[in-house]
Design a protein around this ligand. Structure first.
Ligand SMILES: [Zn+2]
Length: 395
């Protein structure tokens, strides 16, 4: 297996208004606490190169992702690309929900254009820097950092890891995957930050001398940091603890030389039933991408040796994330992961049996997640799509 890596800064300039995404409207950024990154990891075992690209952003719609993938494939036609957002709640609005008021998008078109160029260049540069690597993978439960604010009894504490090493066994890259909203700093923080994810990567880099790349897992409804003060100290504690526990677990695992990399993908269509999205389309906050009332999106299955990762186009609830990882293991995965907000962000993906759209959606109470979901039809589409990929690969 060969690996290439590249990263770039995507922090917006504050010379124009930057509306912070997540929480409510009109949260203007006043300062930059730490830089936001695009990080791109390319893997190749002789067939199709697979690119895993992580953005410190709230999310990107499929339309924008596809524009980037088209630009990448112009120069690297074979590349299979997954672009996923960490879902930080302290970066620019890249979706449109969080502008100055509920009728005005917070997306800055000039920023989006620059962003797409930077992502494309970063992916291409990771594809052009491939070198042979050994590989190891494991997972470890990390307790006490995350809680489920919707269903407290359902928590996924598993940190999934992969590490890529040179022929002296020195790490070249560490991949981490965990299910927790990057929102330690909460709604009153006016500064741009990658939240606990930045501290996690810094700790990985300090300990291994090589970059870390982080992907958010099934962080939906509502996997959130278990903190009191919403401080940078707490974000640092969570990030460093995850990195330390993860690196300790990796140190106990032997590396393998020959690992195969592949990605299978499936397009799915889901009915959009949430009236709040329909209002947002009318207000032109978001592009209306419906065809016959349905939205087209995708799921995929990535295999890196014994590590199998399902990618989903939004924020899967942990009950579904746990079920998915169990299915991956039953089908033959040694270690399982889920990458959320991958190549799309269609909001929460809830278990159908728990889905109740509130009668008063602006005061949703216990059913907030339903108001940030395109509807309950997405769930069987995602789960069945992934199941068919698992069977298709003969696993
Ligand atoms: Zn969310």
């Amino acid at each position: 297996m060969r690996l290439g890596y590249s990263q770039a800064i995507i922090t917006p300039l504050l010379t124009r208004p930057v509306y912070l995404a997540g929480f409510g409207n009109n949260r203007l950024a006043t300062a930059i606490h730490d830089d936001l990154f695009v990080r791109s990891l390319s893997l190749d075992s002789g067939d199709v190169p697979v690119v895993l690209c992580a953005l410190d952003l709230i999310g990107l719609f499929r339309r924008d992702v596809q524009e980037v993938i088209r630009l990448v494939q112009h120069r690297a036609p074979a590349a299979a690309v997954v672009i996923a957002s960490t879902h930080t709640h302290h970066g620019p609005d890249t979706l449109g929900f969080w502008g100055p008021d509920s009728k005005t998008s917070g997306v800055d078109a000039a920023y989006m254009a620059d962003l797409k160029t930077t992502i494309t260049e970063t992916i291409l540069s990771s594809l052009s820097a491939l070198q042979p690597v050994a590989f190891k993978t494991t997972s470890v439960p990390v307790l006490g950092l995350v809680k489920n604010a919707r269903d407290p009894e359902i928590v996924d504490n598993e940190l999934t890891l992969a590490q890529f090493l040179d022929d002296t066994q020195a790490p070249l890259m560490t991949l981490l995957n965990f299910a927790c909203h990057p929102e330690v700093l909460w709604e009153h923080n006016p500064t741009i930050t990658s939240d606990y994810v930045g501290y996690l990567r810094t700790e990985v880099e300090n300990q291994t001398g090589a970059p870390g790349i982080f992907f958010s897992g099934a962080l939906g409804g509502m996997m959130t940091p278990d903190v009191k003060d919403h401080s940078f100290a707490e974000a640092e504690f969570i990030g460093r603890k995850l990195a330390q526990e993860g690196l300790k677990a990796l140190a106990a695992v032997r590396s393998e030389r020959e690992a195969k990399v592949s990605r299978q993908t499936r397009e799915i269509q889901a009915k959009l039933t949430n009236m709040l999205y329909k209002i947002a389309f009318q207000r032109k906050l978001l592009p209306d991408v419906r065809v016959n009332g349905r939205v087209t999106t995708e799921v995929s299955l990535i295999k890196i040796g014994g590590l199998w990762i399902a990618t989903v186009p939004g924020e899967l609830l942990p009950k579904l994330g746990l079920a998915l990882k169990a299915q991956l293991r039953d089908a033959g995965a040694q270690v399982a992961g889920v990458i959320g907000l991958a190549n799309d962000e269609l909001g929460y993906i809830l278990p159908v049996e728990d889905f109740r759209f509130p009668l008063t959606p602006f005061k949703p109470g216990k059913h907030y997640e339903e108001t940030n979901s395109i509807g309950k039809d997405i769930t069987p589409q995602v789960m069945d799509g992934l199941r068919s990929l698992l069977h298709q690969t003969g696993a």
